[in-house]
Write a protein that binds this ligand. Structure first.
Ligand code: CTP
Ligand code: MG
Length: 390
């Protein structure tokens, strides 16, 4: 499962310009390809969603045909969204999108084809990351088939494929440089990397993704639907954690402080239940565990409230296209008694995860005075979570 967002902030601002002002002639059909539906959502809305849920993107511009700029009902979550009219060529459409950002320019901009609805957060993150050390960056796939020269259905020669790549989007740039390249560049350029090269920039290539196809011909809808059906399979994860009792007058479980004659020891607030739940979400995403994202060796997490960890895991899930289906948590201890506080815990967890309380279960069991929990040496918790494609 892809995902690269780091929990710390301080990144440069990065806008996304999504171009969707083409006619989609090759795809055929009465409606241009970007407005047709793929598994219940338009191709363009899916492209917009990939950027609107990525934590590295601060605002979006969507470039549409002049006669479509109102009434499409595009959604960009909590990110500012501008909609502007495009031009006769892709380059003209991109330039219109870039100009819409000029009033309050971002540091970086990613330019994406609205006809590539399956772009992943991994690809978006890698392009953004590469821009910290390069003036431009884009995903590419090495050419693996042999290349022929041909005419009249006959092979007339061979081409060397070494060093050749298939270009994808998003293509990322420092905003000022790409706006300048568009203002002075060749209006017939087929993509923005071409303009960056003519402006003397050396773009980096990041790993592309076979699934990040550009819907071009009629068959591409079927291919995209196949890829989507695999991605929409729900994900399941489990988590388990233990903290020992230590000195203190309360324990924090699911974000709720319960008076107790001892506390729980640990690097953060030692909320063993929230840690198990957080690890279940990371597990469902195959994204490691809390220790990978918030290393205990890092002093900034000392005494930290564990809702930071849970919120990060939920954000990571959203970035990968998943929301909380349901979560079920079991706390294992003799004392304190959990039952009277279970609903408050469910409400707190639902609040952090941004889901309905009906999707969150908190229950407890003793271990019949057996083992370390039975002897009152600590508290254990286990969690299961189901993530649903959102
Ligand atoms: N695009 C655009 N403005 C144009 C031409 C293209 O915004 N004047 C956009 C398309 O909407 C698409 C992306 O650029 O998201 C890539 O272009 P392409 O795949 O060629 O789309 P179309 O031009 O719409 O398709 P066709 O060439 O088959 O007509
Ligand atoms: Mg075209």
């Amino acid at each position: 499962m892809s995902k690269e967002t780091e929990p710390d902030g301080g990144n440069p601002s990065c806008a996304a310009v999504i171009v969707a002002a083409g006619k989609g002639v090759r795809a055929g059909g009465a409606t241009p390809k970007q407005f047709r539906h793929l598994a219940g959502r338009s191709v363009l809305q899916r492209s917009v969603d990939a950027f609107a849920r990525h934590t590295g993107i601060s605002e979006l511009v969507v470039v549409l045909p002049e006669d479509q700029i109102s009434g499409l009902g595009l959604q960009a979550g909590d990110r500012p969204l501008q909609v502007v009219a495009g031009g006769a060529t892709r380059a003209a459409s991109v330039e219109a999108g870039l100009r819409a950002l000029a009033f309050n320019p971002p540091d970086l901009v990613l330019i994406h084809d609205g006809a590539r609805p399956l772009v992943t957060s991994r690809v978006i993150s890698e392009v953004i990351d590469a821009l910290s050390s390069h003036p431009a960056a884009a995903p590419g796939l090495p050419v693996t088939d042999s290349l022929w020269q041909g005419s009249d259905a006959q092979i007339t020669g061979l081409r060397n494929r070494d060093g050749l790549f298939r270009a994808q989007t998003p293509q990322g740039f420092h905003y000022d440089a790409i706006l300048d390249a568009h203002r002075h560049g060749d209006k017939s350029a087929t993509d923005d990397i071409a303009l960056a090269l003519s402006a003397g920039l050396t773009p980096a290539i990041v790993a592309g993704d076979e699934a990040n196809l550009k819907i071009t011909g009629p068959d591409d809808f079927r291919r995209a639907e196949q890829i989507l059906s695999t991605r929409m399979t729900p994900r399941i994860g489990t988590g388990f954690d233990v903290h020992a009792f230590g000195p203190g007058d309360h324990v924090t479980l699911c974000g709720i402080d319960l008076p107790h004659d001892r506390g729980l020891s640990g690097h953060s607030d030692a909320d063993v239940a929230m840690h198990a739940l957080t690890d279940a979400i990371y597990g469902a995403l195959a994204a490691g565990d809390i220790g990978r994202w918030f290393p205990p060796s890092d002093p900034q997490w000392k005494g930290a409230a564990s809702d930071i960890f849970l919120a990060h895991a939920v954000e990571l899930a959203a970035e990968n296209g998943f929301g909380i289906g349901n979560a079920d948590l079991t706390i294992i201890c003799e004392y304190p008694k959990i039952g009277p506080h279970a609903d408050a815990m469910r409400a707190r967890l639902a609040d952090i995860m941004g889901c309905d309380i009906d999707r969150v279960s908190v229950k407890a069991t003793t271990s019949e005075r057996l083992g370390f929990t039975g002897r009152g040496e600590g508290i254990a918790a286990q969690a299961s979570v189901l993530l649903e494609a959102s």
